[in-house]
Design a protein around this ligand. Sequence first.
Ligand code: ZN
Ligand code: ZN
Length: 268
Amino acid sequence: MKETDERRIHVTILGTGTSTGIPVIGCSCRVCQSSDPRDKRLRCSCFVEADGVDLLIDVGPDFRMQAMRAGISNIDAVLISHHHFDHVVGLDDLRPFLFREQSKMACYTNEESGRILRNMFGYIFGGGNYPGAPNLTIVAVEGTFSVKSRRDPSRSVAVIPVPALHGDLEVLGFRIGRFAYITDTSGLPASSLELLGGLDVLVLDALRHERHAKHLTIEQAVELAQGIGANETFFIHMTHSLLHVEENEALPDSMALAYDGQKFSVGF
Ligand SMILES: [Zn+2]
Ligand SMILES: [Zn+2]
């Protein structure tokens, strides 16, 4: 990494699709059949390289393919938005990242998702000695926390959890420097909006145009994003009702649908 890159945060969007992934299995709609690679959406996940600390946000069913496609060779910690299947079911595929660097890898999430994950993945988090289970640990967080590099513990980065509502469920968004990532949300409490001033880039849930109890519509996401006022906003967790090119033409200048493999860098 060049000296000048040292204080930039490098972000790779690994997946932008809703829980089914796009194309939806067996679907012949125009989005599922589109030849535009930006209409192919794996399950939502994101890789963040910040000051020598490599963070993965969510680890869904497509994680193995996403890690290979993006050439990821190190992960220091996982930030987990919530325990829904499409965000956590790739946890076991973290094992290759624990072969070389064997120190424990922390999975940061909130109290409730932590409790449910311990039940879902008893062989990993149950405290037994299941042979070959990945050396992962759950850390429940509320306020700002610091994540250390597993290879060089002198390097660390501060992460601010941003509580968000996903219907009735409280999930976590995350802010790192001037970057914030909020998936699976139907709205933010005022206390969370206060954590989102001065952003370069906001990544935000925007499911589709039709209303949904647990996700923002495109219109709701645009309105929320305008209020937050990041320099740029990219939307994720889209269904197959949204054609990439068509939607982008209708969005305000500083906003766009994100796409799998998209990369950008932001300031601290
Ligand atoms: Zn989801
Ligand atoms: Zn969810």
